[in-house]
Design a protein around this ligand. Structure first.
Ligand SMILES: N[C@@H](CCC(=O)N[C@@H](CS)C(=O)NCC(=O)O)C(=O)O
Length: 233
């Protein structure tokens, strides 16, 4: 009997950072899957979440009777199913470094997350310094988080990135997926960037899988209404 394909529960593509990472993990695994959208701001969202997710959070990966929550756990589960996929680098030390920066992204950077929520549809353009994002960037901890993100990208690319535009070189891996929502914030909020940061942000956001997710966000915005989607979170 044919095995059922994996199912991934995701949120709204314009704003759901964790489900974007989970979706990128499944794409990187190369395994067939079906995606199912659960918008988080509808009257029945909490009830639907409780039905599908033991933690009340998404993404959730469903593999038959198995339910995996948490993006890092999902990436590791998929890696065990598809150990030769692009989820992690094949080199052991590179893989350790990729896991390390992914875990840092997973656990840290709360100030920048709170001040600059991801919204793939919204643009905060700056011309001649106006309008200003200074009030957002000057919130406690935000500039320090941004500096640390830039340092992680720079150091990782210096050590592992020769031969391609991504953190670990020519192949986009789950570490890049973990940072893709952060890269999008840098664009949305016109964060001032060094040239090497801007190059990485450009490469990350134009990777075909990231571009595909962003196209999905654009399509949802057209469906739901661009003004509505740009207004939140
Ligand atoms: N640590 C979790 C975080 C998951 C998470 O916070 N997901 C958000 C959506 S991006 C969520 O489900 N929020 C529930 C809600 O807003 O009600 C992971 O890595 O997957």
């Amino acid at each position: 009997m044919a095995q059922k394909p994996l199912r991934l529960i995701i949120g709204g593509k314009w704003s759901s950072t964790w489900t974007m990472r989970g979706w990128l993990a499944v794409m990187l695994s190369g395994l067939p899957f079906e995606e199912e959208t659960l918008f988080l701001s509808r009257p029945d969202s909490k009830a639907r979440l409780a039905e599908v997710s033991p933690t009340g959070r998404i993404p959730v990966l469903i593999d038959g009777a198995v339910r995996i929550t948490d993006t890092l756990a999902i990436a590791e589960y998929l890696w065990e199913l598809a150990p030769h996929s692009a989820i992690w680098p094949q080199d052991r030390l590179a893989r350790a470094a990729a896991r390390m920066v992914s875990a840092e992204m997973h656990a840290h950077f709360n100030d920048v997350r709170a001040a600059l929520p991801m919204n793939l549809i919204k643009r905060w353009p700056i011309r001649d310094g106006l309008p200003s994002t200074v009030k957002l960037l000057d919130r406690p901890g935000v500039r320090a988080d941004i500096a640390r993100v830039e340092a992680v990208w720079r150091e990782t690319r210096k050590t592992w990135g020769a031969g391609g535009p991504y953190l670990f070189g020519a192949e986009f891996c789950f570490a890049d997926a973990m940072f893709a929502p952060m890269a999008s914030r840098f664009v949305t909020y016109s964060v001032p960037m060094a040239a090497d940061t801007a190059d990485y942000v450009e490469a990350c956001l134009h990777h075909p899988y990231v571009a595909q997710w962003r196209a999905g966000a654009e399509a949802q915005a057209d469906d739901i209404g661009r003004d509505l989607v740009a207004a939140f979170p």
